[in-house]
Design a binder for this molecule. Sequence first.
Ligand code: ATP
Length: 643
Amino acid sequence: MTETVQKQKHGFQAEVKQLLQLMIHSLYSNKEIFLRELVSNASDAADKLRFLALSDSSLYDNDGELKVRISLDEAAKTITISDNGIGMTQDEVISHLGTIAKSGTKEFFGQLSGDQSKDSQLIGQFGVGFYSAFIVADKVTVKTRKAGAPADSAVEWESTGEGDYTITPIVKASRGTDIILHLRDEETEFLSQWKVESIVTKYSDHISIPVEMYQEGTPERDGEEGEKIPATEGYWKAVNKATALWMRDKSEVSDTEYQEFYKHISHDWTEPLSWSHNKVEGNTNYTSLLYVPKKAPFDLWNREARHGLKLYVQRVFIMDDAEQFMPSYLRFIKGVLDSSDLPLNVSREILQDTKVTQSLRKGCTSRVLKMLEKMAKAEDQTEYQTFWTEFGQVMKEGPAEDFANKDTIAKLLRFASTHNETADQNVSLDAYVSRMKEGQDEIYFIVADSYEAAKHSPHLEVLRKKGIEVLLLSDRVDEWLMQHLTDFEGKKLRSIAKGNLDISKLDDEETKKAQEETEKQFAAVTERFKAALGDQVKAVKTSHRLTDSPACIVTDEFDMSTQMMKLMESVGQKVPDVKPIFELNPDHALVKHIADVQDETQFKQWAEVLLDQALLAERGSLKNPATFVSRLNALLLDLSKKA
Ligand SMILES: Nc1ncnc2c1ncn2[C@@H]1O[C@H](COP(=O)(O)OP(=O)(O)OP(=O)(O)O)[C@@H](O)[C@H]1O
């Protein structure tokens, strides 16, 4: 068979074509990063081989010194990145270099705007990896042979980065992958040894295996005094530090190195927000380097999304995405964990329930919380607010998931509140407590569908009048959070839409007396409403929480709240039939007017319209809107006749 017969043409997946186009244009100003991406892949390939060789050392095939080599060929205008890592089979080449098999791909393409500067930011977050080769190359050739496979099973992949690529079976003498970039005419600066070396030092110094470049030898020459200076031989020289960054001393690692290392392990091109590097010795021995990203990944809310730390055992890479070391509410944390207590042959299954896993998880969790606490306490809150905007909703899962750290997490939470009248979530529970009124011993909150709905809820009226702050909650997770966050530093958190809102401690004796008096006088009216409404309501009461609205709905202390009902309905759960408590504002003109209506049929109509209005304000919809409309119309017609 001739080579042409064996050569197969394949089309790129549509997304790859789109990504390539976009990348070449929007990443052009940052083109040197292609080298970082390819060296990073080569280093991952070495890690994967080292892991497999733990159980099958024959895979090394007498070549156990894993490394990356970069060679430049001025005449051919090529730069080649070679590794002796795991390599790829033909099927792997097709799936890895012809498609994008990444979670969040759909979301990523959905978010593209066509605006180059915005899109290049997004690509940075998404990560383009191998395809970045096409920023500087008009043709890329990949020659690869899988570890353990024979020389004649190797594959050559080649593409000009347009619509398709070719696959050809080849013979390759050594294991691993060569990536050959045929540089565009205008990119020949990457043929400079000095330039490439400086890029490697800048971006890939932290790579734990050697990244080598060939140093030319010098021929024999004459010295200044006519003596002979012997020729030197060329040799491969490591141009990076080639030690695992996390094993180095903190004081020796620069911020830039930490940042570049983050990019390597996270495939995120944005700088991290913060990091924490710790060596722990004692009962458990491990090193952790944990990062808080600046941007949430595209798949933060995707249940199947991969997350977790990169696990090493005594510097040997074991697995990516080891999710056992972080609770789910910290699933956005990226980093490396290197343990000396786990066996090298540890599997995901074994990790599930070992004591070591538990203690590592505890340690890593507390490191992250400490890092967040520090950020949260900083004078300049910009960083913490960036963090909260990106990850606050995930953090709110914390109190339910991590009982042991509930108090620490509570201090990290941020909410919108009536104190600053904006939707920004920037009020901490500590700040709330510091502003509590004298005699106030509870923290008040309301949960609604949106910030606007919470802000305009009738339940707030009297608290606003008295200048009492209320937290305004409107994230989907808030109801769930508040079920688990019942108190903070000895103060109960109380929903102002539930049960009796007893703020009498904040009232003077005179007001309390006046309220009792009103209740007595109004008792006949509330009873008449109850009789008219029957079992549509649990009870009718005189309200002390309203100033502007005629009525409102309150949920009984131990009944399911409105938001919880909605949450359950939205996921198809059966919701119990909870009857509301109907509260009337005795001072409202409309209530006074209705109380004077003598005709019982008409009174009932008024009572039902008022109840439906209150239900509408609380729940945002009615079970039977048509009945409400027809009742309202009947009343309007009546009024128009009287006018
Ligand atoms: N040098 C290599 N040796 C072996 N496999 C490789 C090599 N380079 C790439 N691959 C394979 O191709 C896949 C795709 O690489 P690519 O760089 O596009 O994505 P990635 O590294 O998975 O993630 P990212 O795009 O975020 O960098 C890799 O996951 C790996 O399986």
